[in-house]
Design a protein around this ligand. Structure first.
Ligand SMILES: [Zn+2]
Length: 275
């Protein structure tokens, strides 16, 4: 790997994010936004990644794999890494029991195994957060890494267990486990700045979309100059970044990062394995 590693991650939620994030079972328009991600956006993204010859990680809910098997198959066949993102894209804290949460994770593993022939090594929570049971479930099911937390910006670290955040006591961080964390950031995610959702609490919709990509370029440049062996994870949603002219801006950003000496693009799995 290079001195600096860029991890392009695509949360391939398709329709699942609308069902569980926005209760859209009866909203054909919202569901169609998810369909767009699978049917229109992903092919464009795969073509761009082919053209630039970079490998990415696709966090793909089992619901997406089982709903759009050909498209998920394209992602795998064209050389990208498919990793776990729940089966149902439910918030881990919304399950009524640990058993129910574990069953959803296991169902997601089976969808990926059917697609790739292999068990996923990594997990990204659909909510970018854990329940009180998630870490235990991941360890029981032999996950090697997670990519949902925010304890660093540009370096992997070990997920901790057994801490407590009692409001009346000093914070106890707990002890590190063997599960590697490759952290994410809302500031390196396309959904918050771009995705307008009618009636939702927080409204995306950047007036100057290029400015968002410029912000990511500035973040990358800062890391490049200040963090030795930095890791730069970016999160995109096909249904968001696949829209014009965002893919053009993404292409420029990738070319910008790639032109710097010592920069390599890698999957999140390979970063976690190296750590
Ligand atoms: Zn998601």
């Amino acid at each position: 790997m290079g001195d600096v590693t860029v991890c392009l991650g695509f949360d391939f939620d398709a329709v699942s994010v609308w069902i569980h994030g926005y209760g859209a079972e009866n909203s054909p328009t919202k569901l169609s936004r998810g369909e767009y991600g699978a049917t229109v956006a992903v092919p464009r993204i795969l073509d761009l990644l082919d053209e630039l010859d970079v490998e990415a990680t696709f966090f793909t809910p089992g619901h997406t794999i089982d709903s759009f098997p050909e498209r998920a198959g394209d992602v795998h066949d064209r050389g990208h890494d498919v990793q776990h993102h729940g089966w149902s894209h439910r918030h881990p804290g919304s399950f009524e029991s640990k058993e129910a949460e574990r069953a959803d994770v296991e169902r997601g593993i089976e969808s990926i195994r059917d697609l790739t022939g292999e068990k996923p090594s990594g997990y990204r929570s659909p909510a970018w957060d854990f329940s009180t049971n998630t870490l235990e479930v991941l360890r029981e099911l032999d996950f090697e890494w997670d990519s949902s937390q925010m304890g660093h910006d540009f370096r992997p670290y070990y997920v901790r267990e057994g801490g407590s955040a009692d409001p009346d006591e000093p914070y106890d961080r707990g002890e590190p486990t063997e599960v590697v964390e490759v952290p994410v950031s809302w500031k390196r995610d396309d959904w918050p700045p771009f995705q307008y959702v009618s009636g939702a609490d927080s409204q995306g919709g950047a007036p100057d979309e290029k400015q968002v990509f410029d912000m990511w370029r500035e973040q990358f440049d800062w890391m490049y100059d200040h963090v030795e062996n930095g890791v730069f994870p970016l999160t995109f949603h096909p249904q968001v970044v696949g829209q014009a002219p965002r893919l053009r801006y993404l292409e420029s950003l990738i070319r910008w990062m790639r032109e710097k000496p010592g920069v390599e693009f890698a999957t999140i799995d390979s970063v976690a394995q190296r750590f």
